[in-house]
Design a protein around this ligand. Sequence first.
Ligand SMILES: CC(C)(COP(=O)(O)OP(=O)(O)OC[C@H]1O[C@@H](n2cnc3c(N)ncnc32)[C@H](O)[C@@H]1OP(=O)(O)O)[C@@H](O)C(=O)NCCC(=O)NCCS
Length: 177
Amino acid sequence: MTLNFSEIKINLLTECVDVRQFTCRKRAHSSTLENFLRRHAIDNQKKQLSVTWVATMRDVPIGYFSLACASIDLTDLTPDEKDGCPLYDRYPAIIIGKFAVDDRYQQQGVGPWMMEHLYAIIIRLLDLVGCRYIIVESKPASVGFYEDRCRFVNAKTLDNGNVLLYKNVITITKEAE
Ligand SMILES: CC(C)(COP(=O)(O)OP(=O)(O)OC[C@H]1O[C@@H](n2cnc3c(N)ncnc32)[C@H](O)[C@@H]1OP(=O)(O)O)[C@@H](O)C(=O)NCCC(=O)NCCS
């Protein structure tokens, strides 16, 4: 059955959301994403460690992402990124700490739909805070989603096996025009 995206809402996580209904354990690494929403996201939000946005359909959570402040090392960027920029050691970024779609709603376009909302949030932020990149440390199995679908740049594989990817916010403001 095709999803009716007009029925999906995206809001900041509150205690009113029944996070126990969120299931994400189909892939080996994904139960940590289920656990985070169910057990840690609200607490992290209260402690100002991350802010979580939840996509719900008829009040049931079907996906979420968490954002926090971060930075990216100059040496992780391709040489053309430095054109016209002062050579600071690090550039300001927002990190996608978590990004997940409920097992029952995967492969139906919810991930790209949430990413568009994430971009809209970042664009709103740009009037208030300097932020040049969106970064993510992806599990290898999800790199294709960020790299091929969302056009993030693959920067490097980290010591823990995850992959650091980035996207220059100037490209999303251009894509939105
Ligand atoms: C990865 C995830 C966020 C993608 O969201 P989704 O709603 O299932 O995305 P869809 O399958 O609808 O894919 C949308 C597009 O991305 C592509 N895509 C999705 N996952 C991909 C992957 N691993 N590699 C390459 N392309 C991928 C699809 O082919 C599709 O392309 P199209 O629009 O050209 O047809 C989701 O499957 C998920 O939550 N997985 C488990 C948790 C996870 O791995 N989260 C990321 C952790 S860092």
